[in-house]
Design a protein around this ligand. Structure first.
Ligand SMILES: Nc1ncnc2c1ncn2[C@@H]1O[C@H](COP(=O)(O)OP(=O)(O)OP(=O)(O)O)[C@@H](O)[C@H]1O
Ligand SMILES: [Mg+2]
Length: 270
């Protein structure tokens, strides 16, 4: 069965794209077939995986408006098991255009259904807003993974995001749950960072991944070479953290419905 994971947080620059691209790459490097869908008109996941699309190229935009099949729009990446369904500037104006279409929250769900079980994992890299593109991602996924930048205002906006997830669950996606909260850009030498970690763990408990992603310059350099970190610098602390996070995610997903963590993950968005 395909497992579709939306990487979402309406706050900008918290590590959504870095997390989606690198988790996807780690799973693909382990031999799983993985697709990244770039839901963000900024196209950072697309360029970060080495693909450059022009406005006339077939992209996610054409798939969402029903002019192309996802299989025809996706591109290869440097990893044989990893594909990208990319975005370019056309998607900027698309939210208003999509809003006119019937079933506008389910456009992505319909498009991904055409892929059947071709991919084991599909990561949806959401834009920094709670608009129609993010709603499509939350409606199409089974779980949402929330990256939180480990800084003083980390929790700002999180309540609103969880309310939105709960609303999508009620209206369009009854099986939606929280796959977890990942702390990003962590700096263990910084007292404030550790304080924020304690607060977030105290509040969200099992929902927070044990693995934290450190602040690591290799993670920010890799996209300019069009590569995920494990290809750019596999030994870097950033690569190692995403490998650990990918393993933890797999263990959580395999854990099924019995564990305490699993229970919390469902209740968090009920
Ligand atoms: N752990 C990290 N260490 C160092 N730099 C990082 C780390 N994670 C992300 N960055 C850098 O921080 C910036 C923001 O990260 P990213 O693009 O992943 O966030 P985002 O949430 O997708 O942003 P947006 O909301 O604009 O889509 C990027 O320049 C990225 O390279
Ligand atoms: Mg992004």
């Amino acid at each position: 069965m395909s497992r579709i994971i939306a990487v979402a947080n309406q706050k900008g620059g918290v590590g959504k794209t870095t997390t989606a691209v690198n988790l996807a790459a780690c799973l693909a490097a382990a031999g799983q077939d993985v697709l990244v869908v770039d839901m963000d008109p900024q196209g950072n996941a697309t360029s970060g995986l080495g693909v450059s699309l022009r406005a006339e190229d077939t992209s996610l935009y054409h798939v969402l408006i029903g002019q192309a099949q996802p299989g025809a729009a996706m591109r290869d990446t440097a990893l044989p098991h990893l594909k990208i369904l990319g975005s370019e500037v056309n998607l900027f104006g698309a939210e208003m255009e999509l809003a006119q279409l019937p079933n506008r929250e389910r456009l992505l769900t319909g498009a991904l259904a055409a892929l059947g079980q071709r991919f084991r994992f599909i990561f949806l890299d959401c834009p920094p807003s709670l608009g129609l593109l993010t709603l499509n991602a939350l409606t199409a996924c089974q779980g949402v993974l929330i990256p939180l930048q480990t800084e003083y205002y980390a929790l700002e906006g999180l309540t609103q995001l969880l309310h939105t997830v709960a609303r999508v669950r009620r209206a369009w996606n009854q099986s939606l749950k929280l796959d977890g909260i990942a702390l990003t850009m962590y700096d263990g030498r910084n007292n404030l960072c550790r304080q924020v970690e304690d607060d977030v763990r105290g509040h969200f408990k099992h929902l927070v991944f044990k693995t934290v992603v450190p602040r690591n310059v290799r993670l920010s350099e890799a996209p300019s070479f069009g590569k995920p970190a494990i290809l750019y610098d596999p030994k870097s602390t950033g690569s190692q953290a995403y490998l650990a996070l990918a393993r933890e995610l797999m263990v959580n997903l395999r854990g099924g419905g019995a564990s305490e963590g699993e229970q919390t993950r469902r209740e968090a968005v009920a």
